[in-house]
Write a protein that binds this ligand. Sequence first.
Ligand code: GRF
Length: 199
Amino acid sequence: MTNLGVLVSGNGSNLQAILDATQSGILQGMARVALVISNRPGILALERAQKAGVKSEVVLDGENTDDFLIARLKASGVELVCLAGYMRLLGPAFLAAFPEHVLNMHPALLPAFPGLHAQRRAWEYGVKFSGATVHFVDIGVDTGPIILQAVVPVQDRDTAETLQNRILEQEHRIYPEAIRLVCQGRLVVSGRQVSVRAD
Ligand code: GRF
């Protein structure tokens, strides 16, 4: 059983997808959410953790935050860290504490549209396809090796909001899948290339 730590800052719909997958989906018996950490108090993600009976903590941004986060996550036995809308960059010490075990979900087809408001910027740009990307986290912003992507075609009648919602559906599908591949030890990382070993 792999202990997951999920870092959040907002709605926590990806957290919910991960919780659901561990409780009755593709991560059942393989992973559990051991700790949820938010850098904002009072957010919906914290309510979701509470409803699921999962331990949660608020760790505000400040000096030595990464060291504190490492200590809290390790104290809960966390082996794999999943960023799920966590609005803060992690430094090299944090990444070194969980080598190849920090994942992030980004709502665009990287390397297109890294950073904030990716869905809106893709829609405004007029792309015909966007999507979602799960990747390993490195010290850049949304630059780490790509694990899985899902393509979402943009329709003429889309608004930034409808596109965002369809991307979100794909996020909820591929994040648990990527976590499962890590838990199964099936990912082989060679530079930027991430390949999946057969079952
Ligand atoms: C998602 O769109 C995710 O891709 C991005 O932040 C958003 C978080 O949404 N990193 P939620 O809090 O999981 O609902």
